[in-house]
Design a binder for this molecule. Structure first.
Ligand code: UTP
Length: 224
């Protein structure tokens, strides 16, 4: 199966977590051995945000702030790529085209951001669209998608399965409450909805959740 794995910076980079990064490398090798084709998109988490703050405080433009965050995400991608050795890409792709090339070479593609003004969720959705991925798994710091932001509302309930239409509706209802938008970027959802890419949001602190999602077992939140 062709799978895009989006690893949240909240999981591997907030702060940088060598143990979980190494676990992801082993997991990706295992999935590759099982015959899956993989594109992994990693975020820069709090390290990227720290650099954005530095850039902003230096008076640099939003474009430049994004550029810096992209470099940070690519650095985390590079660490993972290095740990994959020969199975990883020759270098971290900086565009969707380059990612496609690496995938064609039979590599586990590992990348970060590609251009200012978007999130790594959107990068993952764009790649999924381009390679016609059957599944996108987002590994994040929550157990899935909730009816409300679980960090702020005690009565927030985890949703097991929902349609893209339901998700868009949820975004609408939560417009004025931060949180939901951070689980999956609405722009990414727009692309995934258009392509009807099956998407699963799981707790990335347990990398084995990715295996479960790929096997089609019930884990996190399924959007289809
Ligand atoms: P994300 O917010 O997508 O990464 O990108 P993350 O750290 O994995 O987030 P979680 O863990 O899902 O919460 C961080 C920032 O990098 C810039 C944007 O400023 C974005 O908010 N970025 C990233 C780009 O400008 N372009 C890209 O292609 C990717």
């Amino acid at each position: 199966m062709r799978v895009v794995v989006r690893i949240g910076g909240s999981v591997v980079a907030s702060p940088p977590n060598p143990e979980i990064m190494s676990k992801y490398a082993s997991l990706l090798k295992e999935l590759k051995e099982q015959g899956h084709e993989l594109v992994v998109v990693v975020g820069g988490g709090s390290v990227a945000r720290d650099f954005i703050t530095v850039a902003r405080d230096m008076g640099l433009s939003e474009f430049d702030q994004d550029e810096v965050a992209i470099r940070v995400s690519r650095l985390f991608a590079q660490l993972l790529a290095m740990k994959l050795g020969d199975l990883g890409p020759g270098s971290v792709p900086t565009s969707v085209d380059e990612a496609v090339q690496e995938l064609k070479r039979g590599k586990i593609v590992v990348m970060g951001g590609i251009k200012p003004g978007m999130t790594t969720d959107t990068v993952a959705a764009m790649v999924a669209e381009r390679v016609e991925a059957e599944l996108l798994v987002k590994a994040t710091d929550q157990n899935g998608i909730y009816t409300k932001d679980p960090r702020r509302y005690a009565d927030a309930e985890k949703i097991g399965i929902l349609s893209f239409d339901d998700l868009v509706q949820l975004f609408e209802e939560n417009k004025h409450r931060a949180g939901i938008h951070q689980v999956v970027d609405p722009e990414a959802v727009r692309i995934l909805q258009k392509e009807r890419t099956k998407t699963v949001v799981v707790n990335g602190f347990k990398p084995e959740n990715i295996l479960l999602a790929v096997k089609g077992e019930k884990v996190g939140t399924l959007i289809e």
